[in-house]
Design a protein around this ligand. Structure first.
Ligand SMILES: NC(=O)C1=CN([C@@H]2O[C@H](COP(=O)(O)OP(=O)(O)OC[C@H]3O[C@@H](n4cnc5c(N)ncnc54)[C@H](OP(=O)(O)O)[C@@H]3O)[C@@H](O)[C@H]2O)C=CC1
Ligand SMILES: CC(C)=CCC[C@@H](C)[C@H]1CC=C2C3=C(CC[C@@]21C)[C@@]1(C)CC[C@H](O)C(C)(C)[C@@H]1CC3
Length: 441
């Protein structure tokens, strides 16, 4: 008798493989066309934010001149100017330095959540130590040579942006290709079989090089740390132009954002339980973090280089208050959940027990809305834009983009929790009806 198909043993292996790595049947982000649009659109937005808001190209915002844009896009010399070998070498050295720091600096080893194949990943926690070394080097250069060497970041912005974008692309493509090896655990949402979609969402769940976990490394380190360094460099550039003076608005932006970065790196283990790490793959979407964070999130600081603004004590105080309130909500909410998920309940908060045995907080910050931490994050985002005044909407880009990102993220999380908790989640939603901001959304 003949059978059609692979030999018996092979069939078993194939079944086991598809059981562990089932095909993705539902698309997010409007499927492959949406993924392609974001893959092209995000880098395009980052360049547009530079060319549209830059003293060299006529201020901020640059009046849209369709003819000028078309002639730039069709000229080879314009494309050629996006590449800068010196900037690329600088960027690569920075990235290499972070990998070396991860390797040589001591750090606790922390276990992540169990994955669906039962394995548990171990992460080396030394992001904060790496930041201290980087800030130490920055302080030493400032001390020895003053602010002048840092102006290179402002001057070589486009070259650095290109180098970082290519790095994001290379990381995502490398991980996509490596995900076809035997034994790779794929992300449930990134195995559709469509190249564009899987490349964007991330096909492999936790790609690593030896014991270096590429996803958490890239989500936290190269982007966030460079963001802080870029901000400091913008303050230095302003100081060089103004005879050593830095405006109060620049101080605010740099302090707020460096604090946010330091906080994220200090709380490194908290990232191992976010949906990016536990359920999303590592694709172009997350790899873009290494570029978005330093080159898009720092727009306000770059704007203040060529539009120095003095706020005075009243506005400075008000903006400081908005940021502090945002930070307080962000930290208190994340702290309550982290404590609770680690078996502690120091504030004696109320909770409900679900059929799965897992519990959900129903009082404290998590009783006010289903994502109180997003509300705090958004308030901080607003405080980072306010120091730029109201001369241009472009410096408010971060708040708008971030609102869209968090609303979408809240919807994805809601769906995931509905799957996890079933009708208990609906019950939780009747107890806590607001999604992010109580009485608003
Ligand atoms: N600056 C930036 O660009 C960005 C910042 N962020 C920030 O990252 C942080 C992490 O965000 P994110 O991972 O999206 O989500 P959250 O930290 O909000 O975590 C969501 C998870 O919390 C658990 N949870 C939900 N409700 C409750 C409850 N009532 N009690 C206990 N646990 C609950 C659920 O997981 P389970 O039940 O399985 O534990 C749910 O999946 C946020 O502070 C956000 O602001 C996020 C995106 C971008
Ligand atoms: C569509 C598209 C291209 C999306 C890219 C989104 C990413 C830039 C963000 C997704 C989740 C993020 C988080 C942080 C930064 C931005 C990205 C990568 C984060 C590291 C910022 C600092 C916080 O304290 C955090 C650690 C909680 C946070 C985690 C999520």
């Amino acid at each position: 008798m003949f059978t059609i198909g692979p030999p018996r043993g092979e069939k078993k292996t194939r079944t086991a493989k598809t059981e562990l790595n089932p095909r993705t049947t539902r698309y997010e982000f409007l499927g492959p066309p949406g993924a392609l649009a974001i893959c092209i659109g995000t880098p395009a937005v980052m360049y547009a934010m530079y060319f549209g808001c830059s003293e060299e190209y006529g201020g901020c915002p640059l009046p849209l001149n369709g003819y000028a844009v078309a002639s730039a896009l069709t000229s080879w010399s314009w494309w050629r100017a996006l590449w800068d070998t010196q900037a690329a070498s600088l960027y690569l050295s920075y990235y290499g330095f972070l990998v070396v720091c991860w390797y040589v600096l001591p750090g606790k080893h922390v276990q992540g959540l169990p994955m669906r194949d039962g394995q548990v990943k171990t992460y080396k926690v030394n992001a904060f130590a790496t930041m201290l070394v980087l800030f130490g080097i920055t302080a030493a250069v400032l001390w020895r040579h003053g602010p002048d060497p840092f102006t290179i970041i402002y001057e070589k912005w486009v070259g650095l942006l290109t180098a970082s974008t290519l790095m994001s692309f290379a990381l995502a493509l490398g991980c996509y290709l490596a995900s076809f090896r035997d034994g790779a655990l794929l992300a449930l949402g990134g195995n559709s079989g469509n190249f564009i979609y899987d490349f964007f969402i991330g096909r492999e769940l936790n790609p690593s090089l030896g014991s270096l976990d590429l996803k958490s490394f890239n989500e936290l380190r190269p982007g966030l740390m460079l963001w802080a360094v870029v901000d400091i460099a913008m303050a230095c550039t302003q100081a060089v132009r103004r005879g050593g003076q830095v405006t109060d608005s620049m101080w605010l932006v740099v302090l707020f954002q460096c604090w946010y970065v330091a906080d994220a790196l200090f709380n490194e283990p908290a990232v191992f339980t976010t949906m990016d790490i536990t359920s999303d793959g590592f694709g172009f979407m997350l790899a873009l973090a290494i570029t978005i964070e330093p080159f898009l999130y720092s727009l306000q600081a770059r704007y203040l280089v060529f539009n120095p603004i003095e706020l005075g004590p009243v506005y400075t105080g008000l903006i400081l208050a908005v940021n502090l309130l945002g930070y307080y909500i962000f930290r208190a909410a994340n702290g309550e959940k982290n404590d609770f998920r680690n078996g502690r309940n120091p504030k004696n908060l109320q909770y409900m027990t679900t059929e799965s045995g897992r519990r959900l907080l129903t009082s404290g910050w998590w009783g006010r809305s289903r994502h109180p931490n997003y509300m705090g994050d958004l308030l901080m985002g607003l405080a980072w834009s306010l120091p730029t005044g109201f001369n241009t909407p472009l410096t408010y880009f971060y708040v708008i983009y971030f609102t869209i990102l968090l609303v979408h993220r809240q919807q994805r999380d809601d769906e995931a929790c509905r799957k996890k908790y079933g009708k208990d989640w609906d019950r939780y939603k009747t107890i806590v009806p607001w999604r992010i901001i109580p009485y608003v959304y």
